[in-house]
Write a protein that binds this ligand. Structure first.
Ligand SMILES: C[S@@+](CC[C@H](N)C(=O)[O-])C[C@H]1O[C@@H](n2cnc3c(N)ncnc32)[C@H](O)[C@@H]1O
Length: 207
């Protein structure tokens, strides 16, 4: 059993903005949660330990293998089928089954705006009315003058990496179209003038 001081054992490498959502009690005991593009599950350590009803999807089979191992270790009651090798724009989960959908450091891998829209619409489909959508993604915000455009909404940030890059108006119009209300103002961290990482957090209307 981890002691109260073993914060890394409790929380792993959890994204601090997701941690902030936990502190705000927006992830409630018993919530059904999807980590979309989970990678090896760094954001799920606390939630698995705490007995949350966790599912995850990622296009990488090796990421899902690691995810399953983490879950077997921390939450052995969860069946392996909760962790699926899938494209996020074609999920096999049913409509409205999740109270919380997390998508951390994934949406900037979208090929283009149509792909971005398909992914977000699919994540929205599996979220129940009243549920919370939490995303962190690279954006142009605050570094507009320093990004080299390489196509529609694709750009190279000063760190030299090409990504799909959202801006505030895309996030606001997308949230409005989906029927979501911002839970927090759109918040951006600029990492030493190299790249912008934006937190986008919505409540799905209804429910
Ligand atoms: C940078 S990692 C982030 C992992 C984790 N969410 C985190 O915050 O540490 C991005 C992950 O998204 C997955 N991914 C990217 N685009 C995807 C897509 N269209 N469908 C499914 N998985 C995707 C990648 O395979 C990778 O595991």
């Amino acid at each position: 059993m981890a002691s109260l001081l073993d914060l890394d054992e409790w929380f792993g490498e959890i994204d601090i903005y997701l941690f902030n959502q936990l502190l705000k009690e927006r992830i409630q005991p018993g919530d059904r949660l999807l980590d979309a593009g989970c990678g090896e599950g760094r954001n799920l350590v606390y939630l698995l330990r705490g007995g949350w009803d966790v599912s995850a999807a990622d296009r990488s089979a090796s990421a899902i293998d690691s995810m399953r191992q983490l879950s077997e270790h921390l939450a052995p009651r969860l069946p392996a089928r909760r962790f699926r090798v899938e494209e996020l724009d074609a999920l096999s989960f049913e409509d409205g089954v999740f109270d919380v959908v997390i998508c951390s450091a994934v949406l900037h891998f979208a090929d283009d705006e149509a792909h971005f829209d398909r992914i977000v619409e699919e994540l929205w489909r599996v979220l129940r009315p009243g549920g919370m959508f939490f995303a962190r993604l690279a954006s142009t915000i605050g570094l507009e003058d320093r990004i080299v455009s390489v196509g529609p909404r694709r750009g190279r940030s000063p760190d030299g990496i090409e990504r799909f890059l959202a801006d505030e108006s895309l996030l606001l119009s997308c949230g409005e179209r989906l029927g979501g209300d911002l839970l927090d103002p759109i918040k951006t961290t600029i990492v030493q003038d190299q790249r912008s990482m934006t937190t986008w957090c919505l409540r799905k209307r209804g429910g």
